[in-house]
Ligand binder design. Structure first.
Ligand code: SF4
Length: 449
């Protein structure tokens, strides 16, 4: 069967979630084409060619874009079967499946086998009526992702280091997470479990990426230290085969500190930076989100990694239902005090809590009387702050950062403007701060969920 796999957004890297299902479908004998609309034009030709279309939806932004694209496909060819697959696939199933008719099937979790079974079922004309499935099982060995036919790495995010930019390859050594942080979409699907990608599959994928020009690898696991022994083995084997290759990974503060003995190995293995979800510097909010760390822990993690010449690139979630203006001011001051100005993508100062369907926070917010209606367009439960000035500040910062980035302002200058706006709203006095080290390692695409 002719299957078109479509990715709309995957954090600016070459889509692993096109390559992995392409391998599974091709090994089952299907003819697969891929389309990444983040770098390739959307045209009718592949839609006319296809006998089935599947959209990759690994995150919120991808799901919103995919729903628009699915509506366009349905309008153009109403008879074409459509599937959604990935972490967000089963979100808003009342909107996407059944009589609403944007898609015929949705698979979250370990989707490759379910997607193959869905296509096989279409061929045999015995597919089930519309359904949403969460599948964490794996009954066959994982296939090495098939990257042939994807746009080249040059078209995606690069590693910026000093004055140089290097092509980046994106892989995952595990899926899911052993934690259940209240605001995170991953526990909704994985419920505190992980699935390991076999070491030989990860290394074969890295080999293909190196052959395609990658000089840096991003391990995109939700938390690279959920399976620390596995990750150590992967890093050691990667470094042995490609000693010049560098890497980054995502690790929560709690794991950075718990596995402190491991960072020397990772430094030797080429680790340049670690993305870590700091979220806020208010211990009460951190507790509400069930983050498992305090502000002092976050500061200790920065210092620990710097002892190994590894930088942290924190992500923040400043705007939650409990946020005060003082809390936002504390976040921007913490960033300067910890010498993290060049490490924080300015968009991080503007992020507002999303509460997707099934989020563990829904019951908390409902009990506190903070839950509004479900916004089917934005795919989130709505909420508003106790203090309208907080919502106003978020809108203002969003516009400020978007305008400054479009104008190409340097990161330090954007930080200064964000800090002045926040301090003015919170009634704090702003003294200029010194910042530098613009050459610290980062990816050229800001992290955006
Ligand atoms: S540790 Fe990270 S990935 Fe895991 S549940 Fe918490 S926020 Fe999600």
């Amino acid at each position: 069967m002719k299957v078109l796999l479509v990715s709309t957004y995957e954090l600016g890297h070459q889509p692993l979630h096109l390559a992995a299902p392409a391998a599974a479908l091709r090994s089952a004998g299907h003819d697969v084409r891929t389309l990444d609309t983040s770098v390739e034009p959307w045209t009718r030709e592949p839609v006319d060619w296809a006998e089935a279309v599947a959209f990759s939806v690994p995150m919120h932004t991808a799901m919103r874009l995919a729903l628009r694209a699915a509506a366009a496909v349905r309008a153009a060819r109403p008879e074409l079967p459509i599937c959604l697959y990935g972490l967000y696939a089963t979100v808003s199933r009342d909107l996407t499946l059944g009589s609403a008719g944007l898609a015929d099937h949705a698979i979250a979790g370990e989707y490759e086998e379910g997607l193959t079974a869905w296509v096989n079922g279409l061929l045999e004309r015995d597919s089930e009526p519309s359904q949403a499935v969460i599948d964490l099982g794996r009954r066959r060995p994982a296939a090495v992702p098939a990257r042939e036919g994807l746009p080249p790495l040059e078209r995606y995010a690069h590693l910026a280091l000093g004055g140089e930019e290097r092509p980046v390859g994106y892989v995952e050594a595990s899926h899911g997470c052993v934690h259940r942080c209240g605001h995170c979409p991953i526990p909704v699907v994985y419920n505190g479990r992980i699935r390991i990608v076999p070491e030989d599959v990860v290394l074969a994928d890295i080999e293909a990426l190196v052959a395609a020009g990658a000089r840096h690898i991003t391990f995109g696991d939700p938390d690279f230290l959920n399976g620390p022994h596995h990750s150590r083995r992967v890093v050691a084997a990667m470094h042995e085969r490609w000693p010049d290759l560098t890497f980054d990974c995502t690790v929560k503060v709690e794991h950075i500190l718990r596995h402190r003995e491991l960072w020397g190995e990772f430094e030797t293995g080429g680790c340049l930076f670690v993305v870590s979800a700091f979220e806020t510097v208010n211990n009460q909010t951190l507790e509400r989100l069930d983050k498992g760390h305090t502000t002092a822990d976050a500061a200790a993690a920065v210092a620990l990694l710097r002892d190994h010449s590894i930088e942290i690139r924190p992500s923040f979630l400043p705007f939650t239902p409990w946020t005060t203006l003082d809390e936002i001011a504390d976040i921007v001051d913490f960033v300067a005090a910890m010498d993290l100005v060049p490490n924080v993508d300015p968009v991080q100062f503007t992020i507002r809590l999303l509460v997707p369907e099934g989020s563990l926070l829904v019951s908390t917010l409902a009990a506190e009387g903070r839950l509004g209606r479900y916004d089917t367009e934005r795919l989130t439960w709505t909420w508003s702050s106790d203090d309208p000035a907080v919502d106003e500040l978020q809108t203002r910062l969003g516009a400020l950062v978007e305008g400054a980035q479009t104008a190409g302002e340097p990161i330090g200058q954007i930080y200064e403007r964000v800090r002045a706006a926040v301090h003015s709203a919170a009634g704090r006095h702003s003294e200029p701060v010194s910042y530098g080290h613009e050459g610290r390692p980062r990816l050229t695409e800001p992290w955006f969920c």
